[in-house]
Design a protein around this ligand. Structure first.
Ligand code: GLY
Length: 372
């Protein structure tokens, strides 16, 4: 083998790059293998770091992961900025969840009580209080919940920063597709590359997002049970920021969110579609996003359309990520982050180095699908 690394990461999205950068910071040799890093789901993502406003009653383990990762974000962002010299547009002004009708208001009341029980900051607001915070909100907004601990970041800046920081820390990049794993004596010893050649490693981490379940040659019991969950998302441009914080709501039964960037960009997302490996942007998908976003902030239709893209979230059967060693010696996973890849990036890096809380390691362990 031409090269042998301590750690080799398959996949250069926000999860794989975070793991690789942190690994390089620990003084280990590391390489990321990806034909086009930072071009998949991380490129589409809005970057909400919002475990509280995305919480549901049935997903307390996911909430625990989200909160643990959110707590890691300030140090992660500061270290990444220092290592890369890049600004991440990391903002900490919270998420405002808004409601229009009596049913939605009741849901917000329940959510407020649940969040309060967890000891998390959340403030129930009237419609007028919501509009005082965000004057562009529709007059029909009747109430809201401000999740003050939520933050957000620009994922495209994050992945650019991770690539720069990885390079500065001596990490390698291999621009190629992985076609299979190399093994010896029942353990993974490296990867095979499309076009020939192999790269060796003491430990291989599969972080290929929605494609993690397609790696050839893996024993069926080790193959991660991830599936692509399509999300279409659009970016609008305004000369001045339209919103001060993330705003989300349920319109016509579907969730819509608006995420402002420091430069005036407004991200509107996202559809949630089970369409296999389909990344076509459709007229219907964009129409739904705009229709729903306009209910929250009528002025969005005045803005310039800057970008539309569809990404594939790596969904899992229990909506929890798959991070940690597999039953195959030498192979770990860092995938299955579904809607939370950006939020969970700092925690994912710590889980991969074994530096996370034992209960979180257990929640994410890929072995939960491999022990039967
Ligand atoms: N985290 C938001 C989304 O996946 O659309």
């Amino acid at each position: 083998m031409a090269h042998r690394f301590d750690v080799l990461v398959i996949g250069g999205g926000v999860a794989g790059l975070s793991v690789a950068w942190r690994t390089a910071r620990r003084g280990l040799t590391v390489a990321v293998v990806d034909p086009a890093p930072a071009s998949g789901a991380s490129h589409a993502a809005a970057g909400m770091l919002a475990p509280v406003s995305e919480v549901t009653y049935t997903e307390e383990p996911l909430l625990r992961l989200g909160l643990a990762s959110l707590a890691r974000w300030p140090a992660f962002a500061a270290e990444l900025t220092a290592d890369s010299g890049h600004d991440l547009d990391y903002r900490t002004d919270g998420t405002l969840d808004v409601a229009f009708g009596a049913d939605d208001l009741a849901v917000l009341d329940d959510l407020a009580a649940f969040v309060d029980k967890l000891g998390l900051p959340a403030e129930r607001l009237t419609g007028r209080e919501c509009r005082r915070l965000e004057p562009m909100l529709a007059p029909s907004v009747r109430g809201g919940l401000l999740a003050g601990a939520d933050a957000w970041v620009d994922p495209r800046r994050v992945t650019r920063a991770l690539l720069a920081a990885l390079e500065r820390r001596g990490g390698a990049q291999v621009r190629a597709r992985v076609t299979g794993l190399e093994t010896a004596a029942g353990a993974v010893t490296g990867v095979r590359l499309a076009g020939g050649g192999t790269v060796g490693a003491a430990r291989v981490i599969l972080a290929a997002g929605a494609w993690s379940g397609t790696l050839e040659g893996l024993p069926p019991e080790v193959l991660p049970p991830v599936r692509p969950v399509k999300g279409q998302i659009m970016r609008l441009r305004s000369p001045v920021p339209v919103l001060q914080r993330c705003v989300r709501g349920v319109v016509h039964g579907s969730h819509v969110y608006l995420v402002p960037r420091g430069d005036g960009e407004l991200v509107v997302g996202a559809t949630q579609e089970e369409m296999g490996f389909d990344t076509r942007v459709t007229a219907g998908g964009l129409w739904e996003l705009l229709r729903d976003a306009r209910e929250l902030v009528p002025g969005v239709t005045e803005l310039e359309l800057a970008d539309v893209v569809a990404g594939l979230r790596p969904g899992t059967p229990d909506n929890l990520p798959l991070v940690g060693p597999t039953a195959l010696p030498g192979l770990s996973l860092a995938t299955g982050h579904h809607r939370g890849g950006v939020l969970l990036a700092p925690l994912t890096a710590d889980l991969c180095s074994g530096e996370a809380e034992p209960e979180l390691l257990e929640i994410c362990s890929p072995l939960r699908f491999q022990e039967h």
